[in-house]
Design a protein around this ligand. Structure first.
Ligand SMILES: Nc1ncnc2c1ncn2[C@@H]1O[C@H](COP(=O)(O)OP(=O)(O)OP(=O)(O)O)[C@@H](O)[C@H]1O
Ligand SMILES: [Mg+2]
Length: 505
């Protein structure tokens, strides 16, 4: 791709971008939220037409007039916002718009078989080809999208933040598939905000900033992370975690979780959070952390234990009661979560705090806008225009909008599940500062993150969760990443030993 330009009303998303991808390589495309990554790959997929610039494929200049044209040349794309049809089956989605999908029992059976094979290859034999897509988790839907790309015998597969909805094990498996593909000469364009992934799987790097290529063809393993970050952001950034406030936290606990359990998922979870405190839950994906948060806020009904907010016991399994008591949960899958895409940024941010802006029965548009603008500035949402439709924001900026919604709400206890997922390195420190700011105003905060350094840097106290139970609770300063991983592994080892003894008995 050479000199690609793409403008939207009021935005020059791409301003002369160059990208060359070789057969058999993993080419990483990096850049801050809104840099133009998704727009570039939509041009490559034939979904957007460039205003200027040229695309060559296997040495020949080509015009990719529509997605079909790109697909027929062997370019497959896994979009950031998945483009699957929830009402269709898994197999229908994999073969959407192609021969297999046409009617006929024999075809259907062969489509189902082919789909099952592809999913097995991706390490997900449990996803049934006949299941309705909408009934699957975001991670499973991602896998279906991947199966679809594989089914096309693509020469180039573009993956736009595939790891944002996958857990560590699934990411490992994905990397395995990527390595198989590239060994067969398939090229992969890989987009991610997790820089350590780039080092694991990437060959070369291209960095976009404000719609321009600022570096291209850098070696992925040898280029220092610091340099990549400086290229992306134009400044030197390290993860800066806000200072923990030194004020003694001896108030009564705001949140008290006692012996909480959900059969088959987690058991005996007890901890308290005082006003002004941030408690982190560290552990691997699948360890039960998200379920613990969901159970605390009433989205799941516990099979044991109690939750108290400011000393008052919450009715189990009652979200409305939890919200009334001042509890808020910003869940992990923010994308699939109720963004009103056609509405303005301001409305999306203030939607659950509307009561506050409705003075004497009518909505105060001005203060609604003003409060939203403050959040937008604080979180560095780009463009910083609250009247813009959310639909036109980049993926990461949409994430920030949902997060802003929760930060603006007057919660006494705020549960945050993966608050920085999909958010670029530049904006992370700002999010950390906002969370600490809430705590300093007396909110009790619980944070879950699969990035262990994030939990350790942000929280005052950390609970290490493995396999549905609390392994240890310690001040964050007493732990480091290795120690946390060791604790998690020890627990896994103890469990498999216990299982072994069980067999003997
Ligand atoms: N359909 C559209 N209409 C108007 N503006 C758009 C549209 N699509 C993208 N943009 C704008 O183009 C710019 C680039 O967006 P893009 O989605 O390519 O960013 P990105 O690099 O993929 O970011 P992220 O890391 O957040 O996914 C942003 O300013 C975005 O608001
Ligand atoms: Mg994007």
């Amino acid at each position: 791709m050479h000199g690609i330009v793409k403008t939207f009303p009021g935005v020059r998303a791409l301003d002369g971008v160059d990208l060359d991808v070789r057969a058999g390589e993993v080419h990483c495309l990096l850049g801050q939220n809104g840099a133009g990554k998704s727009t570039l790959i939509k041009v490559l997929a034939g979904a957007h037409q460039p205003d200027a610039g040229t695309i060559s494929w296997e040495g020949e200049p080509v015009t990719l007039g529509d997605p079909q044209a790109a697909m027929s040349r062997g370019i497959a794309t896994i979009y950031q916002e998945l483009d699957l049809v929830p009402g269709l089956t898994v197999a229908d989605n994999v073969f959407l718009g192609r021969e297999h999908a046409r009617f006929g029992l024999a075809r259907m059976a062969s489509a189902n078989r082919a789909t099952a094979d592809l999913l097995a290859r991706l390490g997900h034999p449990e996803i049934r080809p006949t299941a309705e897509l909408g009934s699957l988790s975001a991670a499973s839907q991602q896998m279906v999208s991947m199966a679809r790309a594989l089914s096309q015998d693509a020469r180039l597969i573009v993956m736009d933040e595939p790891s944002a909805v996958l857990d560590n094990e699934e990411v490992e498996r994905l990397f395995g598939v990527i390595r198989e593909l590239t060994a067969d000469g398939v090229a992969v364009v890989y987009i991610s905000h997790r820089l350590e992934e780039i080092r694991q799987v990437g060959d070369r790097i291209t960095v976009l900033k404000d719609g321009r290529t600022v570096a291209t063809g850098l070696p992925a393993r040898e280029t220092p992370t610091r340099q990549v970050i400086t290229l992306m952001t134009g400044r030197d950034i390290e993860y800066v975690f806000p200072e923990r406030s030194s004020a003694p936290r001896d108030g009564e606990p705001l949140l008290e979780v006692e012996d909480l359990g959900l059969r088959g998922r987690f058991a005996d979870v007890s901890f308290t959070v005082r006003p002004g405190e941030i408690v982190g839950l560290a552990g691997l994906v699948g360890s039960g952390r998200s379920e613990i948060l969901e159970t605390i806020c009433g989205a799941r009904k516990p099979t044991a234990g109690t939750v108290r907010v400011a000393g008052r016991r919450l009715r189990p399994g009652d979200v409305a009661a939890a919200v009334a008591a001042g509890l808020g949960l910003a869940p992990e899958e923010r994308k699939s979560q109720a963004l009103l895409l056609g509405d303005s940024v301001a409305r999306n941010i203030s939607i659950s705090s509307l009561r506050r802006f409705a003075r004497a029965g009518f909505l105060s548009g001005r203060s609604e806008k003003q409060a939203a603008q403050e959040q937008v500035d604080a979180l560095d949402v780009r463009p910083a225009d609250v009247s813009r439709e959310v639909r036109t924001l980049s993926g990461g900026n949409q994430q920030k909008v949902v997060l802003a919604r929760w930060l603006l709400r007057d919660c006494r206890v705020l549960l945050l599940d993966e608050p920085t997922r999909g958010v670029d390195v530049g904006a992370r420190s700002e999010i950390y500062a906002l969370i600490r700011g809430l705590a300093d105003r007396g909110v009790a905060v619980v944070v879950v993150s699969s990035e262990i350094p994030e939990v350790l840097g942000l929280a005052d106290r950390v609970l290490v969760i493995a396999d549905g139970s609390v392994v240890t609770e310690q001040p964050a300063s007493a732990l480091d990443e290795h120690r946390v991983l060791d604790l998690v592994m020890e627990k896994a080892a103890a469990r498999s030993r216990a299982a072994g003894e069980g067999d003997v008995a």
